[in-house]
Design a protein around this ligand. Structure first.
Ligand SMILES: C[S@@+](CC[C@H](N)C(=O)[O-])C[C@H]1O[C@@H](n2cnc3c(N)ncnc32)[C@H](O)[C@@H]1O
Length: 498
């Protein structure tokens, strides 16, 4: 097992660094070294224009010509970045002999130090190294961290730096000081700074300084999206990384839940149509209880919290109790199911508008404006509609929607077990029963639904109705379209005729 490298962060400000090489690679290295404030000397017979310009502006010194060992005089670090391995080898050998740290680009065995991949947020830096053995892996890790670490962290680090002396004077006891700092770090301060609310950040700090400072918790309402963890937003992921407690609906997929902090407490508040395992009131109580205990609570909801998600009610409860909150939107089922089935919810030729409705219970069905919902050239997306499909079909047809209008029932949209059942409005409930469609499922009704037949790309192919020429006549005959494409034409023709 090779010995591990020892990571350090060097203060190069005003210290001499020799860079041997004047090409594109050397230019990249020079940028990083200059950024660190080094006294840079570049030795090479010729320089690329950017380096030549930096030399002309006095930002670096140029030693013209082939490498000479005396260039090393006074250098703390050396980087060999020529395109000639023999020259690089000489530079490395001479530097080593003088006990000067040397890096040879893309030649790990000749290096006495390596330059890590970096993620920077202001004064905060994360350095990643694979000791030159798996640079691609190190790069991948860097990219992942870039996504996960909030850009506001830099601002927060600077802000905290400015508070150090005050904190030290106020809390001479190190353990207590650490505790206060931990609460500040986990609390809403960084988010307040990100949102440009420095008054809130200062208020959180003042509260932390108070003698009887009780930690202040908060709630982040996060939309988990429809199931595919790749559809969670970056901000949602960051919130999950911060959460002490995750209060989640049953609809949230296990893959998304798995992205929360390992030591976070996860509480399922199962709520399904018709079977309210946890009342909304109890959910409010749980949110308040944990936030008041100083915890960062993520309230994780399927899809988007504000689309048939009762997110508004939860915010009202939090607002009334004076608890800090934030909302992170999620991809709602309509958008995700459209995308994952190849159904564009609007289409210049077929639908100029989209309506999202819920058919949760009889009350909501009765209060819907069926005349408006039955209009042609629009897409109707019905959430929680698996149970009331016969009513939906009857009311839409009674209010003028063509029986041949195509539909898609999308079950488990965006998940590995996604199923899509296609048909036309006239036989909507029968198709759902025949194909045993189960919740969560979404109804997309309108001419665009037929496009799934040719545009689908994810998971199993859509299940279409196969017409049996010998079957007894359908009790509710359509002017029977052979395929959904012809159903589309029929629907369009009916629209034209209307
Ligand atoms: C209580 S609502 C929540 C909607 C959620 N807030 C959203 O924005 O998607 C639940 C309904 O959303 C729909 N739904 C949610 N996720 C779904 C999925 N992955 N596939 C199909 N339908 C889904 C179903 O109609 C389900 O009954």
């Amino acid at each position: 097992m090779p010995t591990p490298l020892f990571p350090v962060f060097l203060d190069l400000a005003g210290r001499r660094v020799l860079l041997v090489g004047g090409g594109v690679v050397a230019r990249r290295k020079a940028e990083a070294v200059l950024e660190a404030g080094a006294d840079l000397v570049v030795g090479a017979p010729a320089l690329v224009p950017e380096l030549a310009q930096a030399a002309a502006e006095g930002r670096l010194a140029h030693r013209a010509g082939p490498f000479e060992p005396h260039w090393l005089d006074g250098a703390w670090l050396v980087i060999a970045a020529t395109d000639d391995p023999a020259v690089n080898a000489v530079v490395a050998r001479e530097a080593e002999a003088r006990r000067i740290w040397v890096n040879v680009v893309d030649d790990a065995p000749r290096c006495s130090f390596q330059v890590p991949a970096r993620v920077e947020r202001g004064p905060l830096q994360v350095a990643i190294s694979s000791r030159g053995e798996a640079p691609m892996l190190a790069r991948w890790l860097r990219e992942s961290l870039e996504m996960q670490l909030d850009p506001a962290l830099g601002l927060f680090a600077e802000w905290l730096g400015g508070k150090r002396e005050v904190l030290r004077a106020r809390f001479p006891n190190v353990t207590r000081r650490r505790q206060v700092l931990e609460d500040l770090i986990r609390g809403p301060t960084a988010d307040a700074l990100r949102m440009g609310d420095s008054a809130a950040a200062e208020a959180a700090f003042a509260a932390a300084l108070a003698e009887d400072a009780t930690p202040c918790g908060r709630v982040i309402l996060v939309g988990a999206g429809p199931g595919d963890p790749g559809l969670l937003t970056l901000r949602g992921l960051r919130a999950l990384n911060q959460a002490d407690v995750v209060l989640h609906d049953r609809l949230v997929s296990p893959e998304v839940l798995a992205l929360s902090r390992r030591d976070a407490e996860r509480i399922e508040v199962a709520k399904e149509a018709g079977t309210h395992h946890t009342t909304q009131q109890r959910i409010h109580e749980l949110l308040l209880e944990h936030a008041r205990a100083g915890k960062t609570v993520v309230r994780l909801k399927g899809g988007d919290p504000f689309v048939f998600g009762r997110g508004g009610e939860e915010l009202e409860a939090l607002r009334a109790a004076g608890i800090h909150y934030e909302v992170v939107p999620g991809i709602t089922a309509a958008i995700a199911c459209g995308a994952y089935t190849g159904i564009p919810l609007t289409h210049r030729d077929h639908a100029q508008s989209v309506r999202l409705v819920t058919a949760h219970c009889r009350n909501s069905i009765d209060t819907l404006d069926w005349r408006a919902l039955a209009q042609e050239r629009q897409t109707l997306v019905v959430y929680m509609g698996v149970q009331g499909l016969d009513t939906i079909r009857d009311r839409l047809i009674a209010h003028g929607r063509a029986p041949g209008t195509p539909f898609a029932l999308v079950e488990n949209g965006s998940r590995a077990n996604q199923r899509v059942v296609l048909g036309t409005l006239a036989d909507l409930p029968e198709r759902a029963v025949a194909e045993n469609v189960r919740s969560p499922a979404l109804l997309i009704l309108g001419e665009v639904a037929a496009l799934a037949e040719k545009l689908h790309w994810f998971g199993a192919a859509p299940i279409e109705r196969v017409l049996d020429a010998n079957a007894p006549a359908d009790p509710r005959p359509l002017s029977p379209p052979e395929t959904l494409s012809s159903a589309l034409k029929t629907a369009a023709a009916l629209t034209l005729a209307a």
